[in-house]
Design a protein around this ligand. Structure first.
Ligand code: UDP
Length: 551
């Protein structure tokens, strides 16, 4: 991967003239700074000032033109973490005429994606905040292809996982600190600024305690497509694929190479009796058990192993993000130290249970205080508490449950999450057996099972008055257009009937395409009727246009 910007591809004088005449042009998507990505022609960066610069000329464009609302609080989020005040993007403005007095610009010919990595030291953050969002931002804008240049503006050095970022394009990503090597004024011929947040599933607890994002927009399908693309780049072939063809029950049994993976950590949050745990797992599943750790294996090596595993067992921690490489139908078993409630820390549970991810999730929690090893003397960021007042230390030591808290420096949380754990084998196996009982078979989840019904067609109503207080309402409709091309296990229809002017309605679920209602139907009354189709109990279609039915 080359780091030089080949100036040969562009005619310098043409570029300079274009910049001077046309200035910068910006067109963005998104109504708010939190959902905005902007595309620029000739966005420049002044390394001396450490600022991006927008050059105004007669033909520059700035859409949205926010005026000074551009600073309230920013034009956009440069990382995928929503509205984080250290991750804002903005630019300075200058008239294009000022270029005459400025250092000669260096032009970047590559289509460039400019972003902040959020926490490049932590593997979970690398995937969730950076790699997946960058991958899908690049899918959104087709000129961000394999030749695209990525520029990371958060100001960190490469970090331990830089090889993963290199997989996003064939060009070496640039760091903020490297930009000054290209000169005082750098101008990006074509660039995109910001990341799509569409794929993120977790919020880290900056404004409310951490948890799944309120409005998730990603499904397992997109995560798996990303995983597959990344594996291709790493030259990994899924062992599983070999067996996938027939998928018959016999075939399943033939697979002798089912195995369990224990993802171990060697520095902090240890499993103290790993050997015993491995023996118990081998016994329980009648499978071989392999261990992996970030300290011992290469990342592609780990992915290779995980991509063929039936079960992944690990302490809560960033390494569990590798569960996105598990084959469909595999189980994730997450262990939590003493006093940490699994329900409150669910980045990996949320991932595993995304619709279509098809992973089975089980958590186990150490409930026996004698089986935990605490580290009060460590530095605060590894959960030490000796720097706290005596009273506060005593309160933390006496507490058996970390109360809900905000990110990121809650000492009680850090103290508890950095404990080492002696896993109580009987309780662990009990949780495992209980959890495995509800494991669904993968076969149920065919892609077709995510197809939603279309609207029902030609909905109609007919009415008749029987007596002064009895009436009938017949509603009929045709099947949705897409149904004739589908094999659907169960097709049902839902009808809502509301008397005009009332604010409640009566819902009915029906198997057939017409029905005559007579209960609760009054003469000389107008009813509003909605009809929709439902596949397999849960896949709801849209309502057809409302019917006005007068008895
Ligand atoms: N890490 C590791 N082994 C260890 C401790 C940490 O591989 O014994 C990795 C971990 O997976 C993460 C990074 O180091 O990528 C930071 O770990 P930390 O405990 O700070 O974060 P967490 O795992 O709680 O997200």
């Amino acid at each position: 991967q080359s780091q030089e910007l080949s100036q040969a591809h562009i005619d310098y004088h043409v570029a300079l003239q274009a910049l001077q005449e046309h200035g910068t042009r910006m067109v963005c998507t998104g109504k708010m700074h939190t959902d905005r990505v902007c595309r620029f022609d000739y966005l420049c960066y002044c390394s001396e000032a450490e600022e991006f610069v927008f050059f105004h000329s007669n033909s520059s464009v700035m859409l949205p033109n926010l005026g000074s609302r551009r600073f309230q609080p920013a034009l956009l989020d440069l990382s995928s973490v929503e509205d984080h005040n250290t991750q804002y993007f903005n630019f300075l403005e200058l008239p294009a005429a000022a270029l005459k007095f400025m250092p000669k610009p260096v032009f970047v010919p590559d289509v460039t994606l400019i972003l902040n990595r959020f926490n490049p030291d932590n593997l979970m953050h690398v995937f969730h905040d950076d790699l997946i969002p960058a991958f899908y931002t690049m899918k959104q804008y087709s000129d961000l292809d394999d030749e695209a240049r990525l520029v990371f503006m958060e100001g960190w050095s490469e970090g331990p996982h830089f090889d993963l970022y290199r997989l996003l394009s064939s060009k070496q990503p640039l760091l903020k600190e490297q930009l000054r090597n290209f000169g005082k004024l750098m101008c990006f011929t074509k660039s995109y600024v910001g990341l799509s947040k569409m794929t993120t599933w977790y919020q880290y607890g900056f404004v409310q305690p951490q948890g799944p994002k309120a409005n998730m927009l990603v499904s397992g399908n997109e995560i798996r497509q990303f995983a597959r693309a990344l594996m291709e780049k790493m030259n990994i072939t899924r062992v599983e694929e070999v067996y996938k063809d027939g998928g018959s029950a016999e075939h399943e049994k033939e697979r002798k190479d089912d195995y369990v993976v224990v993802f171990s950590r060697s520095a902090t949050r240890l499993i103290l009796n790993e050997a015993e745990l491995i023996m118990a797992l081998a016994q329980e599943f009648q499978m071989r058990v392999v261990t992996v750790s970030l300290e011992e294996q290469s990342f592609p090596g780990i992915v290779q192993v995980i991509s063929g595993a039936s079960v992944l067992v690990s302490m809560h921690g960033a390494q569990l993000i590798t569960s996105l490489f598990l084959p469909r139908g595999a189980a994730v078993v997450e262990l939590f130290p003493f006093a940490v409630n699994p329900e409150q820390y669910t980045p990996y549970k949320t991932l595993a249970t995304l619709p279509g991810m098809d992973l089975h999730y089980i958590s186990w929690r150490n409930t026996q205080e004698e089986n935990t090893i605490t580290h009060p003397d460590r530095p605060w960021e590894q959960g030490g508490i000796v720097h706290l007042e005596k009273e506060e230390q005593e309160r933390i030591l006496a507490s058996k449950d970390v109360p809900r808290h905000l990110c990121c420096r809650n000492p009680e949380w850090l103290f508890r999450i950095y404990q080492d754990t002696l896993v109580d084998i009987p309780s662990f196996l009990e949780t495992l057996k209980e959890g495995m009982k509800t494991k669904p078979s993968v076969k149920k989840s065919k892609p077709a099972s995510t197809v939603h019904p279309g609207r029902v067609r030609e909905p109609q109503c007919q009415t008749s008055v029987q007596t002064t207080n009895e009436a009938k309402l017949t509603v009929s409709w045709q099947i949705p257009w897409n149904l004739k091309y589908l094999k659907v296990r169960e097709v049902k229809y839902e009808v809502w009937i509301q008397e005009q002017g009332e604010n409640t309605y009566m819902p009915y679920i029906l198997p057939q395409q017409n029905y005559t209602f007579s209960e609760n139907i009054k003469p000389f009354t107008t009813y509003l009727v909605w009809v929709r189709c439902i596949f397999n109990k849960s896949l709801l279609g849209p309502f057809a246009d409302v019917l006005m039915c007068r008895t």
